[in-house]
Ligand binder design. Structure first.
Ligand SMILES: [Zn+2]
Length: 483
């Protein structure tokens, strides 16, 4: 009897393995459509000069909309000089003083417009620590240096350049193209992007798709892929800074009480680090692994094609394999700051610590706060810094716009794999879900991790060479979706 049961179990396991292997072998890489792609000539010197000029105008984010923002008018006048063909036909609309929409009307009114987003503003850049003055736009070793050269005047310039070149060829778009440029993305976009989207809604406008800055190009090796992956953000994780506070009698540290505020705070932070949020599958992570699985090596592919069977094991492995995949699977809780007494020989009457959290789709700022409270106990007071935000809705990917975006990336970047993914940073795009469910975030530049780390930091720079494919990407995207 025991033998029969043993053989039956073995039989089921063998059948299951066989099933998983066959399923894996049957999963084939999707092919790009043949759309006769002929790369357009790009006047790289011109694009470079346009970006240099843009960087030289210090459009630092205003603290609020009552501050003098005339620098943004100077910046817009500059764009209008750089792109005469676009500006000759575009309708310009200022929104909430400094945000701007340039609308290039298409010939076919039955097509919904698309919106190309970029933000005009940049974070401040004090001179200290820079190799060149931060608003000089100096070119060094093949890079344009300056604040905004990456985030995100480069993307704005190549997006305009792509259309300018098509108009120079004497072509006219069928689909209306709206360039929507906010002016306070670095402060959440409430004066700029949010007002633009409200304005468009008030005009009854629906959009075919929205494209903003976002995912970048990554080496596929960490996921067992022998190619580059172009990540297209289809949602934004939420964001919150939770402040943990413990109060205790202060006094001289030569006679401490049994427990101290700093000791109790440390214990609370340790508990949060130990009791991580549960990993789970969200639509964007499922979408991502579904798109990538066919391109993976056999081991990775087998695991992900059979995600429904191997899910519990896979969740654990993905959380362990790298901080990047861990961040895809769960809400992260990272202790980042602590504060105690001002001198080394004083007991702090109050100790505070910050936990920075990136909230996964499906959870909320409030829900995560309640979770932390449960973990640390009632004696720890929790408050939040301003600027917390719930995760954004998730965009559809089963759409023509998304497929065209994948096709464009494949064509322009010589076969790179375009994949949806949950975008971990913030962008203006989150304000546009009232106008379409096709909100995508992609930055068409290849860069090193080291260069990416310069964003918001010192010596921000953009490689001159990268502007060629960046321009070609937008030009081809317009050809594929608007002409
Ligand atoms: Zn940005």
């Amino acid at each position: 009897m025991k033998e029969i049961i043993g053989f039956s179990i073995l039989g089921v396991v063998v059948a299951l393995i066989l099933f998983m292997v066959i399923r894996t072998l049957l999963t084939k890489k999707p092919k790009l459509e043949n759309r006769n792609y002929v790369p357009h000539d790009i006047p790289l010197d011109r694009v470079k000069d346009h970006l240099i000029g843009a960087v030289q105008i210090p459009t630092v984010t205003l603290k609020d909309n009552d501050q003098d923002g005339s620098i943004f008018y100077e910046y817009q006048a500059y764009l209008e000089r750089c792109f005469p063909k676009i500006m000759a036909v575009a309708e310009k609309t200022l929104v909430n003083k400094y945000a701007v929409i340039y609308t290039v009307k298409g010939t076919d009114e039955s097509l919904l417009p698309c919106a190309i987003l970029a933000h005009q503003d940049v974070v401040p850049a004090p001179d200290e620590g820079w190799e060149v003055p931060p608003f000089s736009g100096i070119v060094k070793d093949g890079y344009i240096y300056g604040r905004g050269s990456q985030d995100m005047k480069s993307q704005m310039i190549v997006a305009l350049e792509g259309l300018e070149l098509l108009l120079e060829d004497g072509l006219q778009p069928k689909r209306t193209i709206m360039f929507c440029f906010g002016h306070d993305e670095e402060l959440r976009g409430t004066y700029g992007a949010l007002e633009i989207s409200k304005y468009l809604e008030s005009k009854g406008i629906r959009l075919e798709y929205v494209l903003d800055e976002g995912g970048t190009i990554l080496d596929g090796k960490i996921l067992g892929i022998d190619n580059k992956i172009a990540l297209i953000g289809t949602c934004e994780k939420g964001y919150a800074d939770y402040i943990l506070e413990v109060e205790k009698d202060g006094g001289h540290s030569s006679a401490p009480d049994r427990r101290t505020s700093v000791g109790m705070l440390s214990e609370a932070l340790y508990k949060v680090e130990k009791h991580k949020r549960k990993p789970y599958w969200t639509k964007p992570t499922k979408d991502m692994f579904k798109a990538l699985a066919p391109h993976m090596n056999f081991g990775f592919k087998l695991a992900l094609v059979n995600r429904d069977i191997l899910s519990p094991l896979l969740k654990v492995v993905l959380c362990l394999v790298s901080p990047f995949t861990n961040g895809l699977m769960r809400t992260t809780l990272a202790p980042t700051q602590t504060n105690g007494a001002h001198t080394p020989n004083t007991l702090a009457p109050v100790a505070t610590g910050t936990i920075n959290s990136r909230i996964n789709t499906g959870e909320t700022v409030e829900g995560v706060k309640n979770y932390i409270q449960k973990v640390v106990g009632k004696h720890v007071k929790i408050s939040m810094l301003e600027g917390s935000i719930d995760p954004s809705p998730v965009s559809d990917i089963d759409t023509k716009a998304f497929k065209d975006l994948q096709q464009t990336i494949g064509e322009v970047f010589g076969g790179y794999i375009a994949s949806p993914y949950p975008f971990i940073a913030a962008s203006d795009a989150k304000h546009y879900y009232n106008l379409t469910n096709c909100v995508y975030r992609f930055t068409p530049f290849e860069k090193t991790i080291e260069d990416g780390a310069r964003i918001h930091g010192m010596n921000e720079r953009q490689s001159v060479q990268s502007l060629e494919l960046g321009t070609r990407f937008f030009l081809r995207l317009y050809e594929n979706t608007c002409f």
